[in-house]
Design a protein around this ligand. Sequence first.
Ligand code: FES
Ligand SMILES: [Fe+2]
Length: 331
Amino acid sequence: MSLPIEHSLWHPVCDARQVQEDPCPIELLEHALVLWRDQNGVVCGLHDRCPHRGARLSLGRVCQGQLHCAYHGWTFEGQGQCTQVPALPHFKPGPAQQANAVAVQERMGLVWVCLDPASAEQAIWPVFAAEWNAGMRKLNAGPYDVATSAPRIVENFLDMSHFSFVHDGWLGQMGHSEIPDVVLTQSEAGFKVTNAQVWQPNTSALSTEGGMVSYTYEVNHPYSAVLTKVPDAQSGVPPGYEESIVLLIQPQTADSCRVWFRMAVSDFEVDSEDVLAFQDKIFSQDKPVLESQQPRLLPLQTGAESNVASDKASVAYRRFLQNLAVTFGVC
Ligand code: FES
Ligand SMILES: [Fe+2]
């Protein structure tokens, strides 16, 4: 039986600084996992279940880079290989004593996991082009815990018609709620929304006045999206200023997630506290609405929710999830 697509994706699971030598329990796609750092500083990850009697490996301790189970002391190296059964000092453990490993990488200040190590090389990453732009400063906002599904969070990120209601006085304003038609194009791995224009009273942490902002959205991973916004110089931002934000989600369960925003801003002067405070403020406005949406899982059947022309990006996102046969977080 083939694994669901969600197992062949890279997912962020925690801030990289959070994983030190001690075992760190995390949850991803309803799987309990344990992470730790070995002696070379490499993050290792296993399913949080000892192959011996099913105890949680995260209750154990790390000694010389290897994880010792708290129950009978079986010892595991980072790829899951059992190296020692203390009750049998002369026994050579084999594959039957092996713990289940996951693939782990560090990127963008976060630890990432792919549940299926065999497909990790081909597994899908969120593409964030601004990451490689040396002229843009990178900051991570979050994490934010949200009691809803990852697709509801992505869809909200792609939705501009809530700005003048949920973000009144910030990203939108009553009386400026019309959303002109956007251009939707299919890309190799997903889709792109361009020509999205919106008037914002407070375009970013740097703005001093309201102004028009051009948005571009890109989606190429089921639980992630990138937005690039270029405010009009009128809003008081420095000429040529732009920012790009990638939404990164750890789906812990089908309807609970942890969220980060990786931000790239073309300004090195603005206080990072201000940029992060702005993002915290915006997300604190989104969160109660997101958590109120019923059902929490994103409905994919046609007609389950009412779509109008200004929901073009969200309709494209639902089609994208269907084409990829995503099953986690949708209904
Ligand atoms: S349950 Fe882990 S060593 Fe026995
Ligand atoms: Fe919002």
